[in-house]
Design a protein around this ligand. Structure first.
Ligand SMILES: [Zn+2]
Ligand SMILES: [Zn+2]
Length: 535
């Protein structure tokens, strides 16, 4: 049996593992590569997935880094079923449509820019139509049902406690009469997270593919989140100003609603302070949560039984239209605004920040990870002002960063979950983490459990022995060249063109450039020639 790591290998995003067993070939997850430009280029060359040659795809949960490439793979010719839990399928539908819309908008914007420079039109990575097409291949599988996928492959989805419907996959693959159990953790939730259950403890596996996002650290201050939220609200309420919360539309927003429900119950949310959820995607996601309360944890179910909706409280308002959204900022008085995107680099949240960030009485609350380069990160890092809609907006509002909301297990929680396995010969592959983080976790695992841990690289392929015996070969594929020649040469050609133009202009004016550029260019030319001969 072979496993090929198409993403989430020594990095967090792009989860996709292609399994080949005999004549069977299928994928676990199909995520988008996100982060820097170099990583995002992977989205544009999907030939390695051989989409038409995949029989089916299993999706662990509805996050873009696990499902975001599906429309592209379908467009490339994948015609098989896409299996996931029912709430995952519904959440995935709205997320993929939203992602497609963003792709189309981005392509439109880039096209306008390219046409101005006399360059060709830019195509969207995929369109809303592609996303709609993809949903026709969706097939629902509930938790804890063992489903046969034909000829020696069965799967069971177990609750991963990460977001609504998220699953750990238990795969039994029979090859040459021997069965191996492969467990894919997907993203593992944090025990005691609101709304969802704790991650299911798994005891049996031969091979484990485990996420490692927070493999080197624990979350701080988990219990204080509610108090911090109450403090932010009280602060802006006293000043008659607003509390602005950039939040991810799925899970984080619903968790926040739950927190507001609890604050209201305890009399800590002023009665005359409306709480707006201002993100069409978050509104849709909340509806899906309401539909699937049977996937909630016991605490939430107990509340529902008593007739109390944990995602509701009297001050809650949902806004859909742009007009409604704009009205929030023209109306005076204290309010809470929860809006997307979670890192404040896109979406309606930017309007709310433009209206409030410069107000000393307002509060801005960060409840999620802020990636490098985003507006959110710049604010958290202490920028005096940030650029929003081509305008410098001063950062004068009081900032709160609440760390207790992570939907991922921290290091000790990952180790605790790993402690559930009973096979002393378990082989562990760490995925979905930064390399240095994975190395730290691998060391801990080896020390505590004695398991052999592998940290596969991007596009690496490993061969697993049926039955989970100790023998195992690694077949590292030679790493892709790290120099992007296309990009480099393109840039040089462009620069040369500019230089020629400049030279022509200067000559036209009868000027001669007085530089030692000629010498340097000749030297560069020689160095390039020797480099080329080495290739
Ligand atoms: Zn996730
Ligand atoms: Zn993930």
């Amino acid at each position: 049996m072979k496993i090929k790591f198409m993403g989430a290998a020594r990095t967090v995003t792009g989860s996709c593992f292609i399994v080949e067993a005999g004549a069977r070939r299928f994928a676990v997850d199909c995520g988008m590569h996100q982060g820097n430009r170099e990583i995002e280029k992977r989205n544009w060359d999907t030939s390695g997935y051989d989409a038409a040659g995949l029989e089916f795809i299993l999706i662990t949960h509805a996050h873009i880094d696990h499902a975001g490439l599906l429309p592209l793979i379908v467009r490339d010719g994948f015609r098989g079923p896409i299996y996931a839990t029912p709430p995952t399928l519904e959440l995935m539908r709205i997320l993929l449509l939203d992602s497609a819309y963003i792709q189309e908008m981005e392509a439109q914007w880039k096209t306008r820019k390219c046409l101005r420079h006399g360059e060709a039109k830019v195509e969207a990575l995929y369109t809303q139509r592609d996303a709609e097409e993809t949903t026709r291949q969706f097939r629902g599988v509930d938790y804890d049902q063992t489903v046969s996928l034909g000829a020696g492959v069965t799967v069971a989805f177990r609750d991963a406690g990460h977001i609504l419907g998220a699953a750990i996959l238990e795969l039994d693959v029979t090859e040459d009469g021997k069965t191996s159990r492969l467990v894919f953790s997907g993203d593992l939730g944090r025990p005691a997270q609101l709304i969802v259950n704790d991650p299911t403890v798994i005891e049996t596996a031969d091979y484990l593919f485990m996420e490692s996002t927070y493999g080197n650290r624990d979350h701080k201050g988990e219990d204080e989140s509610l108090d911090e939220l109450a403090e932010a609200i009280a602060f802006s309420y006293r000043q008659g100003e607003k509390t602005i919360i950039p939040s991810f539309a799925v899970e984080r927003t619903q968790e926040l609603l739950y927190c507001f429900h609890l604050l209201d119950r305890d009399g800590r949310l002023p009665k005359d302070m409306p709480v707006y959820v201002d993100s069409p995607l978050a509104v849709q996601a909340t509806e899906i949560f309401r539909k699937y309360t049977k996937y909630f944890d016991e605490e939430s179910k107990a509340l529902l039984k008593k007739g109390r909706d944990p995602l509701c409280f009297p001050q809650l308002r949902f806004t859909r239209s742009t007009e409604e959204s704009m009205r929030i900022n023209t109306s005076e008085g204290p309010a809470v605004v929860i809006s997307a995107s979670g890192m404040a680099h896109a979406g309606r949240i930017r309007h709310h920040l433009r209206h409030n960030l410069w107000r000393p009485g307002a509060a801005v609350v960060f409840v999620g990870f802020q990636a490098q380069g985003t507006t959110g990160r710049r604010i958290v890092d202490g920028a005096k002002s940030v650029r929003i809609f081509n305008e410098d907006v001063a950062v004068k509002a009081r900032l709160f960063t609440i760390n207790g909301f992570s939907a991922h297990a921290g290091q000790s929680q990952l180790l605790e979950w790993l402690g559930g396995f009973r096979n002393p010969n378990l082989r562990v592959f760490l995925v979905h983490g930064e390399h240095s983080v994975q190395e730290a976790l691998a060391e801990k695992i080896a020390a505590r459990f004695g398991y052999r841990v592998e940290i596969p690289d991007y596009l690496e392929q490993v061969t697993l022995t049926p039955g989970g015996e100790i023998e195992r070969e690694m077949h590292p594929v030679p790493a892709k060249p790290t120099i992007d020649w296309e990009f480099l040469l393109g840039g040089m050609e462009q620069r040369l063109g500019q230089l020629r133009e400049r030279q022509a202009r200067l000559e036209g004016k009868g000027w001669v450039e007085q530089t030692d550029m000629r010498e340097r260019l000749l030297e560069l030319d020689q160095r390039l020639a020797s480099l080329i001969s080495e290739l």
